[in-house]
Design a protein around this ligand. Structure first.
Ligand code: NAP
Ligand code: GLV
Length: 309
């Protein structure tokens, strides 16, 4: 069995060693430009078009992350009948739960304001927010969105969620479909975006939608930068309609030096670190799925290219 590996910005050696250990029968190579030698599986993150174009010899392409937008944008550069398989959590769920819970609690308990006060030596009481007036809304109730809902539940926030298809999750008021979006936004004092980036969700958080969120509400985006129209968000934050935002993802990454988000104190920026791919868990999951595929069994995480996730 021959495996191709490609993930820019990481050192491939440790991954290749871990893959060889998990799949001793496999020959694993780091893909380099011009490599058209046969392969059975490809493990990739943001692959270039020339890596996968015409590779109908592959039995499957494994995406080394949850979001498949970068791979699906290759369109006809992606061999038509080769299954694309995403990572199912693989250690990302707990990180996403930590990140979103931290952002929600920081805003709810006014730690952002207390930090600013402390820096100027100010000892001042701020009125606590009322929990029953603080519903947290999760856009996207997939593997990561549900993990976040599960993490927030013990803090007793009212929870709501929005998905494409109807859901019934204990303790979560569930909305779905285009017709459910306005009601979901109006019901959420915090919106945490955990959607995949697809034709339907591209720029979904524009001025019109942000205006549907209650006055003084808060946005957390840990999905993709293109879900948010950045100029619209900035305007809504500066007008005070949106109280602030914690953003991990941006239209252009790294966030350019002169971008107004850097200077806006109500916007917290992190460099796309909400949930990183964890090598050993990912290798274990992929090796297990390869073994299942080799036995002709079905695996989870199969991407529906038409749906876009
Ligand atoms: P997932 O399991 O595929 O879940 C996606 C959820 O979004 C599902 O609930 C789905 O609805 C919903 N959805 C999709 N299209 C929709 C639409 N048009 N309208 C309403 N709901 C829609 O994805 P995941 O594993 O939770 O990951 C979510 C995203 O997080 C990834 O795609 C990736 O972009 C991002 N991510 C970011 C980081 C980071 O470090 N910042 C790390 C990992 C992942 P259904 O349930 O009805 O299908
Ligand atoms: C990271 O952004 C991922 O999609 O896994």
């Amino acid at each position: 069995m021959r495996i191709l590996f490609y993930a820019p910005a990481i050192n491939p050696e440790a991954w290749i060693a871990a893959l060889k250990q998990a799949l001793p029968q496999a020959e694993v190579r780091n893909w380099e430009e011009g490599d058209v030698a046969p392969a059975d599986y490809a493990l990739v993150w943001k692959p270039p078009r020339e890596m996968l174009a015409g590779r109908s010899d592959l039995k499957a392409i494994f995406n080394l992350g949850a979001g498949v937008d970068a791979i699906l944008q290759l369109a006809d550069g992606l061999p038509a009948h080769v299954p694309v398989i995403r990572l199912d959590d693989a250690g990302m769920g707990v990180q996403m739960a930590e990140y979103v819970t931290h952002a929600v609690l920081r805003y709810f308990r006014r730690f952002d304001q207390f930090d600013l006060q402390a820096r100027s030596g100010e000892w001042r009481f701020l009125k606590p927010r009322e929990k029953n007036e603080f519903p947290v809304g999760i856009l996207g109730l997939g593997l990561l969105g549900q993990r976040v809902a599960h993490a927030l539940a013990p803090f007793e926030f009212p929870l709501c969620g929005w998905s494409r298809t109807p859901k019934n999750l204990p303790g979560v008021e569930c909305f779905h479909g285009a017709e459910g979006l306005d009601a979901f936004l109006a019901a959420s004092q915090v919106v945490a975006c955990l959607l995949p980036l697809t034709a339907e969700t591209d720029r979904i958080l524009n001025r019109e939608r942000l205006a549907k969120m209650p006055q003084g509400s808060y946005l957390i985006n840990v999905a993709r930068g293109r879900h948010v129209v950045e100029a619209d968000l900035l305007e809504m934050v500066q007008s005070g309609h949106i109280a602030g935002a914690t953003l991990d993802v941006f239209e252009q990454e790294p966030l350019p030096a002169g971008h107004p988000f850097w200077k806006e104190p109500r916007i917290t920026v992190t460099p796309h670190i909400a949930a990183l791919t964890v090598r050993d868990e990912s290798v274990r999951q992929i090796a297990h799925k390869i073994a299942m595929l080799e036995r002709g069994e079905a695996v989870t995480g199969l991407v529906d290219r038409g749906r876009g996730y």
